[in-house]
Design a protein around this ligand. Structure first.
Ligand SMILES: Nc1ncnc2c1ncn2[C@@H]1O[C@H](COP(=O)(O)OP(=O)(O)OP(=O)(O)O)[C@@H](O)[C@H]1O
Length: 207
């Protein structure tokens, strides 16, 4: 039940960037950290793994089945936690509505308050709009929303880059607990120290 990038390549349409053949394996129950210099293609690889981009060559498979690109929608087994929670949120929708909608799209029924508790967020905040909570609170709500989809794999793209230590720790604890429960996690970060403290394995890209 692994998510596998097998010699994937990608070339930006404007020709400005090309990802060389790259392998990566996301295993259930493990946190893999992906580190590398700015611009080396970490987000590009994350989007290839999530099925948001189609590789130029090579393949992405989940549990042996090829992951196909579907415009604007993630295949059913992967959830993505973006580095910019505001950009990833509908400004007109309460956090609770966004969470239940994300779950129902995947055919999942969830307890929003329990998920908020799990990520260290006061459940009362779920009734606010994205602009009515702090950046750290919104990122935790986005993590709860991602988990509401009951993914097999979670890709966290610089998910704690702008957060205070408390929010970072809350997110790290949740990812570890979920990984211990079988979730396969890819954590993209600039911070090698954070990567070493969170992850079961650290993968360098672009070196
Ligand atoms: N919308 C875009 N238009 C033009 N070039 C882009 C665009 N998005 C990404 N790129 C280029 O593609 C390359 C890979 O970008 P990507 O976001 O995958 O890198 P990254 O390793 O995640 O970087 P960072 O750590 O800074 O987030 C970069 O050189 C970047 O300049």
């Amino acid at each position: 039940m692994t998510l596998v990038a097998d010699r994937v390549t990608y070339r930006r349409p404007d020709g400005g960037f090309a990802l060389p053949p790259t392998d990566l394996v996301i295993r259930p129950g493990r946190i893999t950290a992906l580190v590398g210099p700015s611009g080396c293609g970490k987000t590009t690889l994350a989007h290839l793994l999530a099925g948001l981009l189609a590789p130029g060559s090579g393949s992405v498979t989940a549990a042996g089945a090829r992951v196909r690109r579907r415009r604007g929608r993630l295949p059913g087994h992967t959830a993505l936690l973006d580095q910019d929670p505001m950009a990833a949120s509908d400004p007109t929708m309460t956090l609770r509505r966004a969470l239940t909608l994300a779950a129902s799209v995947r055919g999942v029924t969830v307890d929003p308050d329990a998920l908020a508790d799990e990520v260290g967020l006061d459940p009362a905040l779920l009734d606010r709009l994205p602009a009515e909570v702090s950046g750290g609170q919104l990122q935790r709500a986005c993590l709860a929303r991602a988990l509401a989809q009951e993914p097999r794999y979670l890709i966290a793209d610089e998910a704690t880059a702008h957060l205070d230590p408390l929010s970072t720790a809350a997110i790290a604890r949740t990812l570890r607990r979920r990984a211990d429960g079988g979730l396969g996690v890819l954590a993209i970060t600039h911070d090698r120290r954070l990567a070493r403290s969170w992850a079961d394995e650290v993968r360098e890209l672009g070196v």
